[in-house]
Design a binder for this molecule. Structure first.
Ligand code: HEC
Length: 118
């Protein structure tokens, strides 16, 4: 009898805690589990969201048009796409291209963790 009462008291707290955790931004980047590759997973994201600005000759800044470029800049890329959208440095620039959603950001982070296979 006592045990049941205790569970009933603890349960709501546990639920509240779980919810806090899942809505906190930045905690869900572990969702992607499969093996990623630049050609299959990363290139399409860059081509969709970062062109034409980062592809020479139109590109005004850091070119991101091949494996080496993206690999060397992955830290900066992840930093930029994870910024708050109202930040001046947020990429892709607001009102130019739609922001990357959490699962696309998760793919970038996971690829970096997997040591960036081509
Ligand atoms: C509409 C054009 C445009 C798009 C689209 C765009 N960028 Fe940029 N990006 C810029 C400009 C302009 C700068 C230089 C100004 C600055 O540093 O904020 C820049 C700078 C950067 C930098 C810093 C480079 C450096 O030399 O320090 C990174 C990293 C970056 N962008 C990543 C991205 C990523 C990743 C995407 C796609 C998700 C993206 N950008 C999409 C225009 C763009």
């Amino acid at each position: 009898m006592r045990k049941i009462k205790l569970t009933l008291v603890i349960l709501p707290f546990a639920i509240v805690l779980m919810n806090c955790n899942s809505t906190k931004k930045g905690t869900e980047y572990t969702a992607v589990q499969k093996e990623l590759s630049y050609n299959k997973d990363i290139k399409p994201i860059i081509e969709t969201s970062c062109t034409p600005c980062h592809i020479p000759p139109q590109g005004r800044k850091e070119p991101l048009e091949n494996y080496i470029h993206v690999k060397e800049n992955i830290g900066a890329i992840i930093d930029r796409v994870k910024l708050p959208q109202e930040d001046r440095k947020f990429m892709p620039p607001r009102n130019k291209k739609p922001a990357l959603n959490d699962s696309l950001i998760a793919v970038l982070v996971k690829w970096q963790q997997q040591n960036m296979p081509e």
